[in-house]
Every structure is written in structure tokens, then in C-alpha cells.
Design a protein around this ligand. Structure first.
Ligand SMILES: *[C@@H]1O[C@H](CO)[C@@H](O)[C@H](O)[C@H]1NC(C)=O
Ligand SMILES: *[C@@H]1O[C@H](CO)[C@@H](O)[C@H](O)[C@H]1NC(C)=O
Ligand SMILES: *[C@@H]1O[C@H](CO)[C@@H](O)[C@H](O)[C@H]1NC(C)=O
Ligand SMILES: *[C@@H]1O[C@H](CO)[C@@H](O)[C@H](O)[C@H]1NC(C)=O
Length: 487
């Protein structure tokens, strides 16, 4: 029955006005004995009417609703230090402006580990994960729409840490895959983005989600993000900010003067490795049988043994940890050790004020969201939304002093690599947000989050990058985006 109706529908579609109801009958009815002909005609008539109705409905629907051909697609691959995530966005145009929606229908993402930067010795290896991410993206885009969709790759701190020659080798392998992906792609669309771009994109994501773009600058929300290799601090400041830390965004007639900085090496994993490196040096310098303790690793964790066998995780590059380095989890000491690391160089601060190292930071202003690893640690310890910074201290103290074997039993589901990080991260978060940046422990201005707004939009900088790029494309050379301009 179905296969008989198909040619009919196709026939009707192009000319909205149907051909006489009975004429199509000749295309699919066989001669039948006379007595049944009226019944057949009746059936045929109803079939034809159904087909016509469906055909007309289709035509009207495609006129009224955004049909599949009205959707546009865009892909942003966030090449981070711990992994690469492909974000696939679907949007449409209304009144010549792009309309975004980050619900399930219109947005999906996939992350593959490890990050591109781990292929420094073997750039070709990058093609495997990029190919998989491209395949994932293609799975979300109808075949015919591919050539109108755009694909970009933006790499962050993990790649920034590599020298430029190696960065280019890795990017070139990625570009080769992206050029043949079927999406629109230009070589400059695969790049290592600056820390301040990353900070600004994250700020746009948050304020887009919260609906605060266009409102009073002092009613916008700042972002503190703790990534794997870097940490970003971005917020509107009314202080005089040195130009290297200042970005201006205009939205309609409102101009936002934004302080932004990305602290390279101070992301959670890089900072943790840095601490191990300095402990290792101390141990190597100490007398022959001198034991050096690692206050950020719970007791009973064998650093030496695990660094010898661990080839992919946090300890990967720490294979030279010596047997004289002993885990002796102590939150208070870990907090002091990480604070010392954050303050290194502070005496050389050339500005009015430096909170971290010798980098300028204005006084905190407005409301903040703490994202990425700030969120994951707060979530792991099940801290309350209101008092999370204050609660982080007792939670970290309990965790740091616990035996490793007990922690493993208590959290059987958790990957060892993550369990190994939580004593460090709890102390590091306090020494960064409270001891260095100056958020009070009961400061209601800072919340931890990984989504924001009524629609729970993910607080991921890649969304902000997509919003900016897409808007720019529909507003021509001026780079004004539905009111946005970025300087
Ligand atoms: C970058 O690193 C590679 C491999 O480690 C090395 O051969 C090369 O000399 C370095 N280039 C620069 C400009 O430092
Ligand atoms: C922006 O312009 C509109 C009308 O042109 C005005 O009503 C509004 O107050 C302005 N907003 C700011 C922040 O200047
Ligand atoms: C001893 O410590 C200094 C800095 O304090 C460091 O530069 C040096 O590499 C260390 N020695 C060894 C053998 O690790
Ligand atoms: C942790 O270290 C501090 C300072 O060295 C010390 O006072 C405290 O007793 C230690 N806590 C534990 C549980 O060992």
C-alpha cells in the first residue's frame, strides 16, 4: 500500500493544485473484475484524498515552521588540556538574525580524552580523535546541510604550553582532517586562542544564559574558571585597568569594560604537577635519608610506585618522583604550600595591586560564578550552594587526612586519578579564591555552577565563541552582533 502511495505524493507536491482525483489510479491499479470496481474506486478516492491532504499539509508546514532546510549548523571543537570536546550547534534565522537555543534538540557535545597537547611527540596521532569528533558532528547534521555548516577548532592552555613549532604541527594535522570533513572550513579557523579570548567567551556564555547582556554593566556576572592548565578571571571593573587586561564589549548602546586574565600553569592539573616538581627538587636537595612530605596527597598513597606505572594520568610526567617523597595529607599545610605557589613573584608586582603572583587584579566587583574544576570539587564534596567556600575547609580537612585505602572504599565509582586530586583541589580553591583573590568565606557574591539561567545553559566558553562568531557572520564587516561588538 505504502509503496503505491509514494509516486502519488511526489506527483502532487510540486504543483500545490492536485490533478483530478481519478487519473492517478491508472498508475497503480490493476484491472479488477467488474463487481468490485466501485469499492476499489472508493478506497482509491480515500487514499488519494489522504495523500493530497498530506501533501498540502507538508507544503503549508514548510512555509510556516522552520523546516529542516531552514536550520543552520555550526561546530566548535574545544581542544583543552585534558581532552577535546566537539560542540554541535543548530540554529535558525528570524528577521535576518540568528536565533540560538541550547536545548537537547539544538545542541550536543562529545568529549574525547586525552587532549591534543599530549601528542607533542606524535602530532599525527591527533587525527584519530579529531576524525571521531567530526564523525560525531556529522551524525547530527543532515547530509545536504553539511556544506553550509561551519567547523572550528580552538585550542587553549594545554597547547599554549607547547612551543609554537609543535603547536603548528599539531594544528596542521587537525586542519587536514577538518578540510576534508565536508563542513565549511578555513585554515585560520583552527588555532590556539588567547587566554583573554577564552575568558571573554566564558563571560559571554554566562551573561547570555542569565539574560544580563544589555543591562547595567554592574549587574553582569563575573566568571572565575579553574581549568586543567589555566585559570581565568573575568569581570566588569570600574577601576582603571591596564590595557593588556582590558577588553571592551558593546551590546547595543551599553559598553562593558571587562578585566580578563588567564593564569597559565595555574589550572588545577598544572598547578598540582608544579607542586610535585618543587617537592621533588626539595627531596633531591635534602640529605641522603631526608624524607620530604607531600601534604596534598592522602596518607598511604604510594607516590613513587604509582608514578612509575602511571603513564596517562596526573602523574604521567612525574616519573622521577623519588621514594623519599611521602604522602602525608594535611589540608592546612597543603593550603600554605599552594598559597606560596600562587604568591610567587608577588613582591615584584608592578601595578597598584596583584592578587596572584605579579599579575594585576582589580578589586572584586559584582556577582561571580565559579566554574569547571571549582564546580567539580564543590559538587564532589556535596557542599551547599550558599556556604560552599566555608564548607570547603572542613570537607577538605576530613578528606586530606583520610587513609587512601579508605577513600578508595568510600568512593568505589570514582576514578583514582580524580580521587588523587581532591585533597589538592580543596586546598587550592581556598588559597586561590579566599587567600589570594579575597572572596570572604561566607561571600554570597560567588556561587559554584556549571550551568546558568532558566534554561540551564552549560557554562562553557565554546558557547560564547559560537554566539560571537555566528552573530558576526550575520552582521557583516562591522562585527556588530545582534548588538555586539568586540574590541
Ligand atoms: C620546539 O620543540 C621541539 C621538540 O621538543 C624542538 O625540536 C624545537 O627546537 C623547539 N622549537 C623552539 C622554537 O623552541
Ligand atoms: C540605550 O538607548 C535607549 C534608547 O535609545 C535608552 O532608552 C536606554 O536608556 C539606553 N541605555 C543606556 C544604558 O544608555
Ligand atoms: C635544588 O634546589 C634548587 C632550587 O632550590 C633547584 O634549582 C635544583 O634543581 C635542586 N637540585 C636538584 C638536584 O634537584
Ligand atoms: C597539619 O599540619 C599542621 C601544621 O604543620 C599541624 O599543626 C597539624 O597538627 C597537622 N594536622 C594533622 C591532622 O596532622
Amino acid at each position: 500500500m505504502k509503496s503505491e502511495m509514494d509516486p502519488l505524493t511526489v506527483q502532487i507536491l510540486p504543483e500545490i493544485h492536485p490533478s483530478p482525483p481519478f487519473s492517478p489510479m491508472y498508475t497503480f491499479t490493476k484491472p479488477k473484475p467488474k463487481p468490485t470496481i466501485s469499492i476499489i474506486m472508493l478506497i482509491v478516492t480515500s487514499l488519494v484524498s489522504v495523500a493530497i491532504t498530506l501533501g498540502l499539509l507538508y507544503v503549508f508546514c514548510s512555509l510556516l515552521l522552520p523546516g529542516s532546510s531552514d536550520f543552520r549548523y555550526s561546530v566548535v571543537i574545544d581542544a583543552g588540556s585534558s581532552g577535546s570536546r566537539a560542540h554541535v550547534f543548530r540554529y535558525w534565522i528570524e528577521s535576518k538574525k540568528p536565533v540560538f537555543d541550547f536545548g537537547e534538540e539544538n545542541y550536543a557535545s562529545l568529549k574525547l580524552n586525552p587532549g591534543l597537547s599530549s601528542f607533542a611527540d606524535n602530532p599525527e596521532g591527533v587525527s584519530v580523535s579529531i576524525t571521531q569528533l567530526v564523525e560525531f558532528a556529522k551524525g547530527r547534521v543532515p547530509e545536504g546541510m553539511l556544506k553550509n555548516g561551519e567547523i572550528r577548532l580552538m585550542a587553549t592552555a594545554g597547547m599554549r604550553l607547547l612551543n609554537v613549532t609543535v603547536q603548528e604541527q599539531i594544528l596542521e594535522v587537525a586542519r587536514r582532517v577538518l578540510r576534508s570533513s565536508g563542513f565549511q572550513f578555513r585554515d585560520e579557523w583552527a588555532s590556539v586562542i588567547s587566554g583573554s579570548d577564552e575568558g571573554i567567551y566564558g563571560w559571554i556564555t554566562a551573561n547570555y544564559a542569565l539574560g544580563s547582556l544589555g543591562s547595567d554593566p554592574l549587574e553582569t556576572t563575573g566568571i572565575v574558571e579553574l581549568g586543567g592548565a589555566s585559570a581565568q578571571v573575568t569581570f566588569v571593573s570600574s577601576e582603571v585597568v591596564p590595557p593588556e587586561f582590558l577588553r571592551t564589549i558593546s551590546y547595543g548602546n551599553v559598553s562593558y569594560k571587562i578585566y580578563t586574565h588567564s593564569f597559565l600553569h595555574l589550572g588545577q592539573n598544572e598547578a598540582h604537577k608544579r607542586l610535585w616538581k618543587s617537592l621533588r627538587n626539595t627531596a633531591a636537595n635534602s640529605t641522603k635519608d631526608g624524607i620530604v612530605t607531600d601534604p596534598c596527597t592522602p596518607k598511604g598513597y604510594n607516590l613513587y610506585e604509582n608514578s612509575q606505572k602511571d603513564s596517562s594520568g596526573l602523574l604521567a610526567e612525574e616519573s622521577t618522583l623519588t621514594a623519599s617523597l611521602q604522602a602525608a595529607g594535611n589540608f592546612t599545610e597543603c593550603r600554605s604550600a599552594t598559597y606560596a605557589m600562587l604568591q610567587k613573584g608577588n613582591e615584584k608586582c608592578p601595578y597598584k595591586h596583584c592578587s596572584i603572583g605579579s599579575t594585576f587584579t582589580p578589586d572584586l566587583q559584582g556577582h561571580f560564578l565559579a566554574t569547571s574544576n571549582f564546580y567539580y570539587t564543590a559538587e564532589f564534596f556535596e557542599l551547599s550552594e550558599r556556604d560552599w567556600l566555608a564548607e570547603m575547609i572542613p570537607a577538605g580537612k576530613r578528606y586530606c587526612k583520610e587513609e587512601w585505602s579508605k577513600l578508595k572504599m568510600k568512593y568505589p565509582e570514582e576514578k583514582e586519578e580524580y580521587l588523587l586530586g581532591f585533597c589538592f583541589s580543596s586546598a587550592y580553591i581556598i588559597s586561590m579564591l579566599h587567600d589570594s583573590l579575597g572572596f570572604a568565606l561566607n561571600d554570597g557574591r560567588i556561587e559554584f555552577a556549571n550551568t546558568a539561567g532558566e534554561k540551564d545553559i552549560p557554562l562553557d566558553w565554546a558557547l560564547g565563541a559560537f554566539i560571537l562568531n555566528t552573530d558576526a557572520a550575520y552582521n557583516g564587516v562591522s562585527r556588530k552582533m545582534f548588538g555586539f561588538s568586540l574590541q
